[in-house]
Design a protein around this ligand. Sequence first.
Ligand code: DSN
Length: 437
Amino acid sequence: MQDPIFGWIEAERRRQEEGLELIASENYASPAVLAALGSVLNNKYAEGLPGRRYYGGCEYVDEVERLAQERLKTLFGAEWVNVQPHSGAQANEAVLLALLKPGEKLLSFALAHGGHLTHGSPLNSSGKLYTVEHYGVRPDTYRLDYDEIREKARTFRPKVLLAGASSYPRDWDWAALRSIADEVGAFLVTDIAHPAGLIAADLLNDPLPHCHIVTSTTHKTLRGPRGGVIMMGKDFDNPFGELTPKGQPKKMSALLDSALFPGVQGGPHMHTIAAKAVAFGEALQPAFRTYARQVIHNAQTLAHTLMELGYTVLTGGTDNHIVLIDLRNKGLTGRDAEKGLEKAGITVNKNLIPYDPNPPLVASGIRLGTPALTTRGMTESDMRQVAHWIDQALTHLSDDAFLSRLREEIREYLKAYPLPYATVASLSLGHLSAPAE
Ligand code: DSN
C-alpha cells in the first residue's frame, strides 16, 4: 500500500491541472525547479555563507549558493544579494530587524488597501515590535497619492519608509518615494514579492536604483520555489556606528546577513536555494521576458473584458498581473464569489477593497492574477473566455448544476494547456510501500 500522502499530492496535481488558477500570488514552477526542490540538497546543513560555513561538507552547496547569488544579481542589477530567506516574511523581518530598534518608526502601505501582514500589521512581529503608521490609496482613484505619503512622512518622521503591496494593480514611483525618504531621513525599503518577475523582465519601474533595500519572494511572478531574497542595488556603510574587528564601518550587507542568520533563521534550505538558482536561470532567458509581457497583456485583457461585462475594476485596469474587482454593484460579497467560482473550477481569493465596508473574511472584492494561466500558454483570446466564465459563474452562484457543468467545460478546455508535471503514479515509489501483509 502506498503512503496516502502521495494520493493527496496526485489529487492536488490534478486540481491544479483541471481548474483555472487565478490566485495572483501563485504560479506553476517548472519541472527543473521542482527537481531541485526534491533533491538530496534537502539533507545538508550549511549555516553561514559560501566559504564561511559552520559545517563541513559544504563544497557543493557553496557552488549552488554562489550561482544563485550571481544569477540574482544579474537578473536585477543588484550589487549585493542574500538568497537564504525561507520566505518573503523572513526577508522582511530580517530587514526591519537590521534597520529598527523596538519602538522605532515604520511607515508602510495599509494592509486594508493592499499592503501586507509583514509590513506592520498588529498581528505580525513588525506591528508588535515597531511603531507603525500607514499610508493608503485615494478614495476617488484607488491609487497611491505621493503628496499624501510625503505629508504623512513629514509628520510621522519614520526611520523606515516601506513600499510594496500584495494587491495593488498599478506601478510604483520609486523616485518619488526616495525623495520623500531622503527629505525625512528614512531608509526606503520595498517588497516586490508580487511584481518581481515583471520587474526582472524590465516591464515595470525598477526599484533597485532608488531603494536602499529590496525584498522579494521567488514563487509568484518570478515562478520559482517558495522562498525569499534580499537585495541592494548598492551596498553602503551602515549609519549605526557598527564597526568591523578592524575598526572599519560594517557594510549594510553584513548587518543584513547577520539579521537574517542568526537573527531570524537557522540553517538555510539548500534545496530551495538550488531551486531559486534554477528559476533565476530560467528568468534570465529571453523566453521569460515574453512570458512576463504576456502576463501583463493577459491581465489587461481580463480587466477590460470584465469591465465590458459590467464589473467594477478598481483603478480602471492594471499595469501588472493583478486585477481587483469590486463586486458591490453586482450585489455579491468576495466570500460568496470565491466559493461559487471554486465550484466552477475557478480559483480566486476574496479580497478587501480599499475602504471596504465588509470585514476581511467577507470582503467586497476578489483579486485575480494571470501568472499561472500565462505559464500554461494562455493568451488574450483565452482571457476573454475566462472573463465570460467568471461572469457566468457569478450570475449562477446558487445553481450548483450549472456550476458543475461549467467546471466540466473548463476541464475540457484546459486539456489543450497541459502542465508538464509527472503524475505520482509515474514516479518510482517502491521503497515507500508498506511491507506485504
Ligand atoms: N499570501 C500572499 C498573497 O496572496 O499575496 C502574500 O504573502
